[in-house]
Design a protein around this ligand. Structure first.
Ligand code: ATP
Ligand code: MG
Length: 480
Protein backbone atom coordinates (compact mmCIF):
# COMPACT_ATOMS: atom_id res chain seq x y z
CA UNK A 1 0.00 0.00 0.00
CA UNK A 2 1.29 3.44 -0.81
CA UNK A 3 2.42 5.72 2.03
CA UNK A 4 -0.19 8.27 0.99
CA UNK A 5 -3.06 5.78 1.31
CA UNK A 6 -1.67 4.39 4.55
CA UNK A 7 -1.46 7.82 6.13
CA UNK A 8 -4.85 8.82 4.81
CA UNK A 9 -6.54 5.68 6.14
CA UNK A 10 -4.85 5.96 9.52
CA UNK A 11 -5.81 9.61 10.00
CA UNK A 12 -9.33 8.92 8.74
CA UNK A 13 -9.72 5.97 11.09
CA UNK A 14 -8.43 8.07 13.97
CA UNK A 15 -10.93 10.83 13.21
CA UNK A 16 -13.75 8.32 12.85
CA UNK A 17 -13.01 6.67 16.20
CA UNK A 18 -12.71 10.09 17.84
CA UNK A 19 -16.06 11.21 16.41
CA UNK A 20 -17.81 8.00 17.54
CA UNK A 21 -16.30 8.29 21.04
CA UNK A 22 -17.28 11.96 21.36
CA UNK A 23 -20.80 11.28 20.15
CA UNK A 24 -21.30 8.30 22.46
CA UNK A 25 -19.91 10.22 25.40
CA UNK A 26 -22.14 13.23 24.82
CA UNK A 27 -25.24 11.02 24.30
CA UNK A 28 -24.47 9.12 27.49
CA UNK A 29 -23.85 12.37 29.39
CA UNK A 30 -27.15 13.95 28.20
CA UNK A 31 -29.02 10.81 29.23
CA UNK A 32 -27.28 10.69 32.59
CA UNK A 33 -28.00 14.35 33.31
CA UNK A 34 -31.65 13.90 32.32
CA UNK A 35 -32.07 10.94 34.61
CA UNK A 36 -30.24 12.66 37.44
CA UNK A 37 -32.53 15.65 37.25
CA UNK A 38 -35.62 13.46 36.98
CA UNK A 39 -34.38 11.39 39.91
CA UNK A 40 -33.71 14.38 42.10
CA UNK A 41 -37.10 15.81 41.41
CA UNK A 42 -38.85 12.42 41.69
CA UNK A 43 -37.15 11.38 44.94
CA UNK A 44 -38.07 14.61 46.68
CA UNK A 45 -41.63 14.38 45.49
CA UNK A 46 -41.94 10.75 46.56
CA UNK A 47 -40.66 11.50 50.02
CA UNK A 48 -42.93 14.53 50.46
CA UNK A 49 -45.96 12.59 49.30
CA UNK A 50 -45.08 9.67 51.55
CA UNK A 51 -44.86 12.03 54.55
CA UNK A 52 -48.19 13.59 53.74
CA UNK A 53 -49.72 10.15 53.35
CA UNK A 54 -48.30 9.08 56.69
CA UNK A 55 -49.70 12.18 58.42
CA UNK A 56 -53.10 11.73 56.89
CA UNK A 57 -53.23 8.17 58.09
CA UNK A 58 -52.14 9.03 61.59
CA UNK A 59 -52.85 6.14 63.92
CA UNK A 60 -55.41 7.82 66.10
CA UNK A 61 -57.56 8.67 63.08
CA UNK A 62 -57.25 5.33 61.31
CA UNK A 63 -57.34 2.92 64.22
CA UNK A 64 -60.81 3.94 65.23
CA UNK A 65 -62.20 2.85 61.87
CA UNK A 66 -63.24 -0.66 60.92
CA UNK A 67 -61.06 -2.65 58.49
CA UNK A 68 -63.12 -2.02 55.40
CA UNK A 69 -63.55 1.65 56.02
CA UNK A 70 -59.96 1.99 56.96
CA UNK A 71 -58.89 0.56 53.57
CA UNK A 72 -61.22 2.97 51.79
CA UNK A 73 -59.73 5.92 53.72
CA UNK A 74 -56.18 4.77 53.03
CA UNK A 75 -56.85 4.38 49.29
CA UNK A 76 -58.52 7.75 49.26
CA UNK A 77 -55.60 9.32 51.03
CA UNK A 78 -53.19 7.66 48.58
CA UNK A 79 -55.11 9.06 45.63
CA UNK A 80 -55.04 12.51 47.23
CA UNK A 81 -51.34 12.46 48.13
CA UNK A 82 -49.83 10.80 45.04
CA UNK A 83 -50.03 11.74 41.39
CA UNK A 84 -51.00 9.62 38.48
CA UNK A 85 -47.67 7.69 38.17
CA UNK A 86 -47.85 5.88 41.45
CA UNK A 87 -48.52 2.41 42.78
CA UNK A 88 -49.42 1.47 46.33
CA UNK A 89 -48.88 -1.92 47.86
CA UNK A 90 -49.25 -3.45 51.22
CA UNK A 91 -47.23 -6.38 52.36
CA UNK A 92 -46.20 -7.15 48.84
CA UNK A 93 -49.67 -6.90 47.37
CA UNK A 94 -50.72 -4.24 44.89
CA UNK A 95 -53.52 -2.18 46.36
CA UNK A 96 -53.89 0.62 43.85
CA UNK A 97 -52.22 1.53 40.53
CA UNK A 98 -52.81 5.15 39.53
CA UNK A 99 -50.62 4.91 36.42
CA UNK A 100 -51.89 4.21 32.92
CA UNK A 101 -49.56 1.16 32.81
CA UNK A 102 -50.18 -2.35 33.91
CA UNK A 103 -46.97 -2.94 35.77
CA UNK A 104 -45.14 -6.19 35.81
CA UNK A 105 -45.42 -7.82 39.20
CA UNK A 106 -41.97 -9.22 38.98
CA UNK A 107 -40.57 -5.76 38.42
CA UNK A 108 -42.38 -4.43 41.47
CA UNK A 109 -41.07 -7.35 43.52
CA UNK A 110 -37.63 -6.52 42.35
CA UNK A 111 -38.23 -2.89 43.26
CA UNK A 112 -39.33 -3.88 46.73
CA UNK A 113 -36.34 -6.06 47.30
CA UNK A 114 -33.91 -3.53 46.03
CA UNK A 115 -33.88 -0.39 48.11
CA UNK A 116 -31.92 1.48 45.52
CA UNK A 117 -33.95 3.70 43.26
CA UNK A 118 -32.99 2.75 39.76
CA UNK A 119 -33.68 3.50 36.21
CA UNK A 120 -35.37 0.52 34.66
CA UNK A 121 -36.36 -0.17 31.11
CA UNK A 122 -39.64 -2.01 31.14
CA UNK A 123 -42.28 -3.33 28.80
CA UNK A 124 -45.57 -1.97 29.76
CA UNK A 125 -49.05 -2.40 28.40
CA UNK A 126 -51.98 -0.08 28.88
CA UNK A 127 -53.20 2.73 26.73
CA UNK A 128 -50.24 2.13 24.44
CA UNK A 129 -49.70 -0.35 21.66
CA UNK A 130 -48.93 -3.78 23.07
CA UNK A 131 -45.25 -4.49 23.47
CA UNK A 132 -44.35 -0.82 23.23
CA UNK A 133 -41.10 -0.09 24.91
CA UNK A 134 -41.27 2.67 27.46
CA UNK A 135 -38.51 3.77 29.72
CA UNK A 136 -39.50 4.42 33.31
CA UNK A 137 -37.47 5.70 36.20
CA UNK A 138 -38.72 4.49 39.58
CA UNK A 139 -38.49 6.09 42.98
CA UNK A 140 -39.39 4.16 46.00
CA UNK A 141 -40.70 5.34 49.36
CA UNK A 142 -42.09 3.68 52.42
CA UNK A 143 -44.63 4.70 55.04
CA UNK A 144 -45.67 2.70 58.05
CA UNK A 145 -48.56 3.08 60.43
CA UNK A 146 -50.62 0.70 62.44
CA UNK A 147 -49.04 -2.29 63.98
CA UNK A 148 -48.87 -4.73 61.17
CA UNK A 149 -49.43 -2.66 58.07
CA UNK A 150 -46.55 -1.47 56.06
CA UNK A 151 -47.27 0.40 52.90
CA UNK A 152 -44.93 0.86 50.00
CA UNK A 153 -45.11 3.24 47.05
CA UNK A 154 -43.46 3.32 43.76
CA UNK A 155 -43.48 6.55 41.89
CA UNK A 156 -42.13 6.54 38.43
CA UNK A 157 -41.50 8.91 35.63
CA UNK A 158 -41.75 8.07 31.96
CA UNK A 159 -38.51 9.27 30.40
CA UNK A 160 -39.16 7.68 27.01
CA UNK A 161 -39.60 11.09 25.40
CA UNK A 162 -36.37 12.31 26.95
CA UNK A 163 -34.64 9.27 25.54
CA UNK A 164 -36.31 9.85 22.20
CA UNK A 165 -34.88 13.33 22.19
CA UNK A 166 -31.46 12.01 23.11
CA UNK A 167 -31.66 9.47 20.31
CA UNK A 168 -32.69 12.18 17.86
CA UNK A 169 -29.83 14.30 19.07
CA UNK A 170 -27.44 11.41 18.55
CA UNK A 171 -28.80 10.81 15.06
CA UNK A 172 -28.45 14.48 14.18
CA UNK A 173 -25.00 14.48 15.69
CA UNK A 174 -24.08 11.42 13.66
CA UNK A 175 -25.37 13.00 10.46
CA UNK A 176 -23.52 16.23 11.20
CA UNK A 177 -20.36 14.35 12.19
CA UNK A 178 -20.67 12.23 9.02
CA UNK A 179 -20.87 15.33 6.81
CA UNK A 180 -18.06 17.00 8.74
CA UNK A 181 -15.97 13.84 8.49
CA UNK A 182 -16.61 13.68 4.75
CA UNK A 183 -15.59 17.33 4.25
CA UNK A 184 -12.54 16.96 6.51
CA UNK A 185 -11.53 13.74 4.77
CA UNK A 186 -11.72 15.52 1.39
CA UNK A 187 -9.54 18.36 2.70
CA UNK A 188 -7.21 15.83 4.32
CA UNK A 189 -6.94 13.92 1.05
CA UNK A 190 -6.02 17.11 -0.78
CA UNK A 191 -3.56 18.22 1.87
CA UNK A 192 -1.88 14.82 2.17
CA UNK A 193 -1.72 14.51 -1.60
CA UNK A 194 -0.06 17.93 -1.77
CA UNK A 195 2.34 17.03 1.03
CA UNK A 196 3.38 13.69 -0.38
CA UNK A 197 3.42 14.68 -4.04
CA UNK A 198 7.12 15.62 -3.90
CA UNK A 199 7.88 12.04 -2.80
CA UNK A 200 6.23 10.76 -5.97
CA UNK A 201 8.21 13.32 -7.94
CA UNK A 202 11.40 12.24 -6.16
CA UNK A 203 10.68 8.66 -7.17
CA UNK A 204 10.15 9.53 -10.81
CA UNK A 205 13.17 11.89 -10.71
CA UNK A 206 15.36 9.06 -9.42
CA UNK A 207 13.96 6.79 -12.13
CA UNK A 208 14.77 9.47 -14.75
CA UNK A 209 18.36 9.70 -13.53
CA UNK A 210 18.65 5.91 -13.47
CA UNK A 211 17.43 5.97 -17.08
CA UNK A 212 20.20 8.42 -18.00
CA UNK A 213 18.24 11.70 -17.97
CA UNK A 214 20.77 13.50 -15.81
CA UNK A 215 19.29 16.96 -16.40
CA UNK A 216 16.11 15.91 -14.55
CA UNK A 217 15.31 18.20 -11.56
CA UNK A 218 12.43 18.42 -9.10
CA UNK A 219 10.52 21.54 -8.15
CA UNK A 220 11.19 22.39 -4.48
CA UNK A 221 7.85 22.93 -2.74
CA UNK A 222 7.98 24.44 0.72
CA UNK A 223 10.73 24.65 3.30
CA UNK A 224 9.89 21.53 5.29
CA UNK A 225 11.90 18.30 5.52
CA UNK A 226 10.55 17.10 2.17
CA UNK A 227 11.69 20.41 0.66
CA UNK A 228 15.16 19.80 2.14
CA UNK A 229 15.25 16.27 0.71
CA UNK A 230 14.18 17.63 -2.68
CA UNK A 231 16.95 20.25 -2.53
CA UNK A 232 19.51 17.58 -1.64
CA UNK A 233 18.20 15.42 -4.44
CA UNK A 234 18.64 18.27 -6.92
CA UNK A 235 22.17 18.90 -5.63
CA UNK A 236 22.93 15.21 -6.02
CA UNK A 237 21.46 15.24 -9.55
CA UNK A 238 23.66 18.26 -10.39
CA UNK A 239 26.75 16.44 -9.14
CA UNK A 240 25.82 13.31 -11.05
CA UNK A 241 25.22 15.37 -14.19
CA UNK A 242 28.55 17.17 -13.76
CA UNK A 243 30.41 13.91 -13.22
CA UNK A 244 28.72 12.28 -16.16
CA UNK A 245 29.59 15.30 -18.31
CA UNK A 246 33.21 15.09 -17.16
CA UNK A 247 33.28 11.37 -17.88
CA UNK A 248 31.78 12.01 -21.28
CA UNK A 249 34.43 14.64 -22.01
CA UNK A 250 37.24 12.35 -20.82
CA UNK A 251 35.81 9.58 -22.93
CA UNK A 252 35.60 11.90 -25.91
CA UNK A 253 39.15 13.11 -25.36
CA UNK A 254 40.45 9.58 -25.03
CA UNK A 255 38.67 8.55 -28.20
CA UNK A 256 40.22 11.50 -30.03
CA UNK A 257 43.60 10.72 -28.53
CA UNK A 258 43.36 7.10 -29.52
CA UNK A 259 42.39 8.04 -33.08
CA UNK A 260 45.25 10.54 -33.33
CA UNK A 261 47.65 8.07 -31.75
CA UNK A 262 46.79 5.39 -34.29
CA UNK A 263 47.21 7.93 -37.06
CA UNK A 264 50.46 9.21 -35.56
CA UNK A 265 51.89 5.72 -35.22
CA UNK A 266 50.91 4.61 -38.68
CA UNK A 267 53.47 6.73 -40.62
CA UNK A 268 56.61 5.85 -38.59
CA UNK A 269 55.57 2.20 -38.34
CA UNK A 270 55.04 1.95 -42.11
CA UNK A 271 58.39 3.60 -42.69
CA UNK A 272 60.07 1.31 -40.15
CA UNK A 273 58.53 -1.78 -41.73
CA UNK A 274 59.61 -0.52 -45.18
CA UNK A 275 63.16 0.04 -44.02
CA UNK A 276 63.33 -3.32 -42.23
CA UNK A 277 61.96 -5.01 -45.34
CA UNK A 278 64.53 -3.21 -47.44
CA UNK A 279 67.32 -4.38 -45.14
CA UNK A 280 66.11 -7.96 -45.34
CA UNK A 281 65.39 -8.23 -49.06
CA UNK A 282 67.80 -5.90 -50.81
CA UNK A 283 71.52 -6.02 -50.61
CA UNK A 284 72.25 -2.39 -49.66
CA UNK A 285 75.47 -0.50 -49.55
CA UNK A 286 76.96 -0.01 -46.11
CA UNK A 287 76.01 3.67 -46.12
CA UNK A 288 72.39 2.92 -47.09
CA UNK A 289 72.16 0.15 -44.47
CA UNK A 290 73.36 2.55 -41.81
CA UNK A 291 70.84 5.15 -42.96
CA UNK A 292 67.98 2.67 -42.75
CA UNK A 293 69.04 1.40 -39.35
CA UNK A 294 69.44 4.94 -38.02
CA UNK A 295 65.98 5.77 -39.28
CA UNK A 296 64.54 2.70 -37.57
CA UNK A 297 66.35 3.57 -34.34
CA UNK A 298 65.25 7.20 -34.38
CA UNK A 299 61.64 6.32 -35.12
CA UNK A 300 61.65 3.62 -32.43
CA UNK A 301 62.97 6.15 -29.92
CA UNK A 302 60.30 8.59 -31.00
CA UNK A 303 57.60 5.96 -30.64
CA UNK A 304 58.93 5.07 -27.20
CA UNK A 305 58.77 8.75 -26.19
CA UNK A 306 55.33 9.01 -27.74
CA UNK A 307 53.99 6.05 -25.79
CA UNK A 308 55.55 7.44 -22.60
CA UNK A 309 53.89 10.84 -23.02
CA UNK A 310 50.69 9.23 -24.15
CA UNK A 311 50.59 7.13 -21.00
CA UNK A 312 51.27 10.20 -18.89
CA UNK A 313 48.55 12.21 -20.64
CA UNK A 314 45.85 9.53 -20.60
CA UNK A 315 46.65 8.92 -16.93
CA UNK A 316 46.02 12.61 -16.19
CA UNK A 317 42.83 12.64 -18.23
CA UNK A 318 41.54 9.56 -16.51
CA UNK A 319 42.05 10.50 -12.89
CA UNK A 320 41.75 14.26 -13.45
CA UNK A 321 44.58 14.86 -11.01
CA UNK A 322 43.19 12.58 -8.32
CA UNK A 323 46.58 10.87 -8.14
CA UNK A 324 48.47 14.15 -7.76
CA UNK A 325 50.35 14.53 -4.49
CA UNK A 326 50.10 18.19 -3.51
CA UNK A 327 52.90 19.47 -1.34
CA UNK A 328 54.31 22.86 -0.52
CA UNK A 329 57.44 23.03 -2.71
CA UNK A 330 60.03 25.78 -2.95
CA UNK A 331 60.26 27.08 -6.52
CA UNK A 332 64.02 27.52 -6.23
CA UNK A 333 64.39 23.80 -5.58
CA UNK A 334 62.35 23.03 -8.70
CA UNK A 335 64.62 25.27 -10.80
CA UNK A 336 67.75 23.66 -9.35
CA UNK A 337 66.95 20.31 -10.89
CA UNK A 338 65.95 21.72 -14.29
CA UNK A 339 69.45 22.33 -15.66
CA UNK A 340 70.44 18.73 -15.09
CA UNK A 341 67.37 17.39 -16.86
CA UNK A 342 67.66 19.68 -19.91
CA UNK A 343 71.46 19.42 -20.17
CA UNK A 344 71.46 17.27 -23.29
CA UNK A 345 69.18 19.53 -25.32
CA UNK A 346 71.08 22.63 -24.18
CA UNK A 347 74.43 21.17 -25.07
CA UNK A 348 73.20 20.00 -28.46
CA UNK A 349 72.48 23.56 -29.60
CA UNK A 350 74.92 25.31 -27.30
CA UNK A 351 72.07 27.16 -25.66
CA UNK A 352 72.33 29.07 -22.43
CA UNK A 353 69.66 28.58 -19.80
CA UNK A 354 69.33 31.70 -17.71
CA UNK A 355 67.40 31.07 -14.53
CA UNK A 356 66.24 34.02 -12.50
CA UNK A 357 65.87 32.15 -9.28
CA UNK A 358 63.04 33.52 -7.15
CA UNK A 359 63.80 34.87 -3.72
CA UNK A 360 64.28 32.16 -1.12
CA UNK A 361 61.14 30.89 0.52
CA UNK A 362 58.84 31.47 -2.47
CA UNK A 363 56.83 28.28 -2.54
CA UNK A 364 53.54 26.83 -3.71
CA UNK A 365 51.28 23.83 -3.30
CA UNK A 366 52.05 21.47 -6.19
CA UNK A 367 52.78 17.97 -7.36
CA UNK A 368 56.54 18.20 -7.75
CA UNK A 369 56.88 15.48 -10.42
CA UNK A 370 54.13 16.98 -12.57
CA UNK A 371 55.59 20.50 -12.27
CA UNK A 372 59.03 19.16 -13.22
CA UNK A 373 57.52 17.49 -16.24
CA UNK A 374 55.80 20.79 -17.18
CA UNK A 375 58.99 22.84 -16.93
CA UNK A 376 60.96 20.23 -18.83
CA UNK A 377 58.45 20.23 -21.69
CA UNK A 378 58.45 24.03 -21.87
CA UNK A 379 62.26 24.21 -21.84
CA UNK A 380 62.38 21.39 -24.42
CA UNK A 381 60.06 23.36 -26.72
CA UNK A 382 62.14 26.49 -26.21
CA UNK A 383 65.30 24.53 -27.09
CA UNK A 384 63.69 23.15 -30.24
CA UNK A 385 62.53 26.61 -31.34
CA UNK A 386 65.84 28.40 -30.60
CA UNK A 387 68.68 28.92 -33.02
CA UNK A 388 72.07 27.48 -32.12
CA UNK A 389 73.75 29.59 -29.48
CA UNK A 390 70.47 31.18 -28.35
CA UNK A 391 69.31 31.78 -24.80
CA UNK A 392 66.37 30.68 -22.76
CA UNK A 393 64.99 32.53 -19.74
CA UNK A 394 63.27 30.79 -16.85
CA UNK A 395 61.84 32.94 -14.06
CA UNK A 396 59.16 33.00 -11.37
CA UNK A 397 57.32 35.52 -9.25
CA UNK A 398 54.31 35.41 -6.95
CA UNK A 399 52.00 35.26 -9.99
CA UNK A 400 53.54 32.29 -11.80
CA UNK A 401 56.43 30.64 -13.59
CA UNK A 402 57.70 31.77 -17.04
CA UNK A 403 59.76 30.16 -19.81
CA UNK A 404 60.88 32.52 -22.58
CA UNK A 405 62.89 31.92 -25.74
CA UNK A 406 63.99 34.13 -28.60
CA UNK A 407 63.56 31.62 -31.40
CA UNK A 408 61.21 30.86 -34.21
CA UNK A 409 57.95 31.87 -32.54
CA UNK A 410 54.48 30.61 -33.32
CA UNK A 411 52.26 32.11 -36.06
CA UNK A 412 49.43 34.11 -34.43
CA UNK A 413 46.71 31.92 -35.95
CA UNK A 414 48.24 28.76 -34.50
CA UNK A 415 48.79 29.92 -30.92
CA UNK A 416 45.35 28.73 -29.84
CA UNK A 417 45.88 25.25 -31.24
CA UNK A 418 49.34 24.28 -30.03
CA UNK A 419 47.98 22.88 -26.76
CA UNK A 420 45.82 20.35 -28.65
CA UNK A 421 47.19 16.82 -28.51
CA UNK A 422 49.31 15.90 -31.58
CA UNK A 423 49.14 19.43 -32.97
CA UNK A 424 52.41 20.70 -34.44
CA UNK A 425 52.94 23.91 -36.36
CA UNK A 426 55.45 22.42 -38.71
CA UNK A 427 54.83 18.70 -38.63
CA UNK A 428 57.92 17.71 -40.62
CA UNK A 429 60.23 19.85 -38.51
CA UNK A 430 58.54 18.70 -35.33
CA UNK A 431 58.97 15.06 -36.25
CA UNK A 432 62.57 15.46 -37.23
CA UNK A 433 63.16 17.05 -33.81
CA UNK A 434 61.71 13.90 -32.29
CA UNK A 435 58.48 15.53 -31.13
CA UNK A 436 55.04 14.01 -31.06
CA UNK A 437 52.91 17.09 -30.38
CA UNK A 438 51.88 15.96 -26.90
CA UNK A 439 54.09 18.19 -24.74
CA UNK A 440 51.86 21.27 -24.51
CA UNK A 441 48.70 19.16 -24.17
CA UNK A 442 50.37 17.58 -21.17
CA UNK A 443 51.34 21.02 -19.81
CA UNK A 444 47.79 22.30 -20.13
CA UNK A 445 46.47 19.28 -18.29
CA UNK A 446 49.03 19.79 -15.50
CA UNK A 447 48.02 23.47 -15.27
CA UNK A 448 44.35 22.40 -15.00
CA UNK A 449 45.18 20.03 -12.18
CA UNK A 450 46.91 22.88 -10.30
CA UNK A 451 44.04 25.27 -10.98
CA UNK A 452 46.43 27.38 -13.03
CA UNK A 453 46.38 28.83 -16.56
CA UNK A 454 48.84 28.31 -19.39
CA UNK A 455 49.25 31.56 -21.36
CA UNK A 456 51.25 31.64 -24.59
CA UNK A 457 52.53 34.90 -26.06
CA UNK A 458 54.53 34.62 -29.25
CA UNK A 459 55.78 36.62 -32.22
CA UNK A 460 57.17 34.94 -35.27
CA UNK A 461 60.96 35.19 -35.51
CA UNK A 462 61.04 37.06 -32.20
CA UNK A 463 60.32 34.42 -29.66
CA UNK A 464 57.79 32.86 -27.34
CA UNK A 465 56.88 33.32 -23.71
CA UNK A 466 54.87 30.63 -21.97
CA UNK A 467 53.45 31.64 -18.59
CA UNK A 468 52.13 29.24 -16.01
CA UNK A 469 49.85 31.52 -13.94
CA UNK A 470 48.59 30.27 -10.59
CA UNK A 471 44.90 30.35 -9.79
CA UNK A 472 43.65 32.91 -7.27
CA UNK A 473 43.78 30.60 -4.23
CA UNK A 474 47.09 28.96 -5.15
CA UNK A 475 49.09 32.17 -5.47
CA UNK A 476 52.69 31.67 -4.47
CA UNK A 477 53.47 32.66 -0.95
CA UNK A 478 56.69 33.73 0.59
CA UNK A 479 58.35 32.09 3.52
CA UNK A 480 56.30 28.93 2.73
P1 ATP B 1 56.63 16.75 -27.83
O1 ATP B 1 56.54 17.88 -26.86
O2 ATP B 1 55.56 15.77 -27.70
O3 ATP B 1 57.97 16.16 -27.87
P2 ATP B 1 56.24 18.92 -29.61
O4 ATP B 1 57.19 19.72 -28.84
O5 ATP B 1 56.25 19.06 -31.06
O6 ATP B 1 56.38 17.40 -29.25
P3 ATP B 1 54.29 20.39 -28.16
O7 ATP B 1 55.24 20.60 -27.06
O8 ATP B 1 52.91 20.04 -27.79
O9 ATP B 1 54.78 19.25 -29.14
O10 ATP B 1 54.24 21.66 -29.05
C1 ATP B 1 53.33 21.70 -30.11
C2 ATP B 1 53.85 22.58 -31.19
O11 ATP B 1 53.87 23.93 -30.79
C3 ATP B 1 55.28 22.29 -31.55
O12 ATP B 1 55.34 21.28 -32.51
C4 ATP B 1 55.74 23.60 -32.09
O13 ATP B 1 55.40 23.71 -33.44
C5 ATP B 1 54.94 24.61 -31.33
N1 ATP B 1 55.74 25.18 -30.25
C6 ATP B 1 55.67 24.82 -28.96
N2 ATP B 1 56.50 25.56 -28.20
C7 ATP B 1 57.10 26.43 -29.03
C8 ATP B 1 58.07 27.47 -28.88
N3 ATP B 1 58.58 27.77 -27.69
N4 ATP B 1 58.43 28.16 -29.98
C9 ATP B 1 57.91 27.91 -31.17
N5 ATP B 1 56.98 26.93 -31.41
C10 ATP B 1 56.60 26.20 -30.34
MG1 MG C 1 57.15 19.76 -26.74
Amino acid sequence: MKLFRKLYLQVFLGMFILAVCLLSFSAWEVKRQGILEAREYGTGQAERNALRFQEKNAEEKINVLGDHLRDIVILNNFQECFGSNSVLWRDGEELRNLSPYILDQELLDEMRRNARVSETEVFVSGPFAAGERRLLVFYKARAGFGEENTYGFAIFQDVTELYGRVRKLVLWGMAFAGILLFVISLLLYKKLYGLLRPLEELKSGAADIAAGEYESRILVRGRDEIGDVTKSFNQMAEQVERHMEELRKVNEKQKQLLGSLAHEMKTPLTAMIGNADLLLTVRLKEEQREQSLTYILEESKRLARLSEKMLELTGLYENGGAGAIMKCVEIGRLFGRLEGFAAFRLKEKRLSLEMKKPEAGLSALMDEDLMESLLLNLVDNACKASETGGRILVSADSQGIYVEDFGRGIPKAEIGRVTEAFYMVDRARGRSAGGSGLGLALCRQIADIHGAKLLIESREQEGTKVSFVWGEKDRLHEGG
